[in-house]
Design a binder for this molecule. Sequence first.
Ligand SMILES: Cc1cc2nc3c(=O)[nH]c(=O)nc-3n(C[C@H](O)[C@H](O)[C@H](O)COP(=O)(O)O)c2cc1C
Length: 155
Amino acid sequence: MNTFGNMDFMNSAFNTGAFVSAGGNVMVASWGFVGVMWGKKVFVAPIRDSRYTKEMLDKTGEFTVSVPAAGSFKSELAFCGSKSGRDYDKWKETGMNPVPAKAVNGVVVEGCARYFECKVLGMLPMGDMDISAVDKWYPTGDMHNFYFGEIVAEY
Ligand SMILES: Cc1cc2nc3c(=O)[nH]c(=O)nc-3n(C[C@H](O)[C@H](O)[C@H](O)COP(=O)(O)O)c2cc1C
């Protein structure tokens, strides 16, 4: 089964959230895209300026996405999606188990349904986009940055 043959994972990933890990930290993202560009499979992860994960992405150039089965990992998603790795060791606090990734140096969350391992090809800050509801999504100016990750492993 390949990424684009089965998009069911998107129901889970982009509704309740998926774990995005970089540099040993883990956060939650529920926005994102998969597609094909430059002859590669690409995962685009929108990460806001304020996230510790952004620092880790810029430092390591790699990230993993661990997609839980629908309805699972509820308390872990809530914790990792609201607390920063600057303040907490989220593995320790949630009891989640980090497992070494197969094709990048990072880790994935044990027990999820689907995994993507990505190498960052580049990043684009949002810049001056004509978003009709800027006030709704960006009241504090904490903008998204689009990280383009080449999918180097998926399982
Ligand atoms: C369901 C859900 C979806 C989220 N989606 C995103 C997202 O797509 N991009 C983002 O930057 N933050 C998103 N967040 C917020 C981060 O996960 C949250 O701010 C986290 O504490 C950041 O952790 P860090 O500072 O350790 O990177 C989401 C949170 C939840 C609960």
